[in-house]
Ligand binder design. Structure first.
Ligand SMILES: [Zn+2]
Length: 112
């Protein structure tokens, strides 16, 4: 899962570097409002934690696919066709990403 928001001046995506899995986690880490720096136009912007949205991380999916293929080859060697079950690994990775993203996006912090 990756976190991002958009720049007020140039509308470009700004990536948020955080390992927070949920919105309250992000709030605990950075506060209700925090400064973001646009890498496109260089402007600093103040963002509320609710302005941040999450999307599935494609790198994680790719890792899942590679792991899945690798596990399938290894397990196929030892167990035969049943090893193909590990082809579901990428789907599990993807499902986890989508779930985490949905949980993050659907939970809003109450604004004071
Ligand atoms: Zn910008």
């Amino acid at each position: 899962m990756k976190l991002h928001t958009n720049c007020k001046s140039c509308k470009e995506d700004i990536k948020i570097t955080s390992s927070a899995e949920t919105r309250p986690d992000l709030q605990m880490e950075k506060g209700s409002e925090f400064k973001v720096n646009c890498t496109n136009c260089g402007k600093f912007d103040k963002k509320h934690v609710n302005d941040i949205s999450a999307s599935p991380n494609k790198t994680m999916l790719l890792t899942g696919i590679i792991l899945g293929i690798f596990a399938t080859i290894v397990l196929w060697f030892f167990y035969g066709a049943i090893g193909a079950a590990s082809l579901t690994i990428p789907f599990l990775f993807w499902q986890q990403q989508v779930k985490a993203t949905h949980a993050f996006n659907s939970y809003m912090i109450r604004r004071k």
